[in-house]
Design a protein around this ligand. Sequence first.
Ligand code: DAK
Length: 257
Amino acid sequence: MEFILVEPNYAKHIALVRLNRPKELNALNLQLMNELRDSLKALDEDDEVRVIILTGNERAFAAGADIKQMSGRSAIDMLKIDQFSTWDQIRKTKKPIIAAVSGFALGGGCELAMICDMIVASESAKFGQPEIKIGVMPGAGGTQRLTRAVGKARAMEMVLTGNFISAEEALKYGLVNRVVPEELYLMEALKLAKDIADKSPIAVQMAKESVNKAFEMPLQEGLFFERKNFYMLFASEDQKEGMAAFIEKRTPEFKGK
Ligand code: DAK
């Protein structure tokens, strides 16, 4: 792979995926997105991996889709390329993904971070949907996920002006989980990943799936979905182990079975 670096054993049960097109501020061209889709699929299928951290570098998580690659396309080109199927597959990753964001997370870069399950930001992070400045609008969830995360007033301002928000503002608005100094953002993401990786991977997966349904279903259906997943976990060895460990006052050893 040319634009993605993968460390499947970054830490115990934790993989690191790095967007690696630094000169172009990790602009998301088609090849990079395809490589990202393929690496996430492979990690999703790897039983050793329980949590994935997705990051860029200090200067940029990603400055958006590759404008140079996109600029000459017609609507029919866009339709034929069907980049949405790649984005959809990324979104369907079952394991939790933590975005570790430093520098620019703009346009598709902001949308990619929002597809992840949590965001750990460095103090230098800047989030924005600047598509309006180049004559278009967000196309990979920016008008929907951003609005749900930060509310209508703030999303509308960001989408219509294209102005960026700082990491501190993103924290205040509920877009990110935490903000730390730049030299610590990856460590902080790792800390969060470890806190999840020692839980039952089956329970984690079902819980992730259930929380995501809160954005897709009316409350009653969401509650029903949650209940099914809750029942299902009683079929796992991890449920027996987790509850036995509590009763025996010891640390559980989850096996993902
Ligand atoms: N595309 C291509 N190249 C980019 C780029 C981008 N998005 N962002 C930066 N670069 C390149 C610059 O062209 C420059 O390359 P050279 O000129 O040196 O060859 C290099 O990266 C360094 O950038 P700058 O020289 O501009 O660096 P500055 O520090 O001065 O400025 C900046 C940093 C991030 C403020 C600026 O580069 C900038 O405004 N970049 C564009 C940000 C932007 O407008 N992003 C939104 C793009 S539209 C879809 C899914 C998603 C999308 C569309 C469809 N489907 C599923 C169909 C998403 C669309 C978008 O994201």
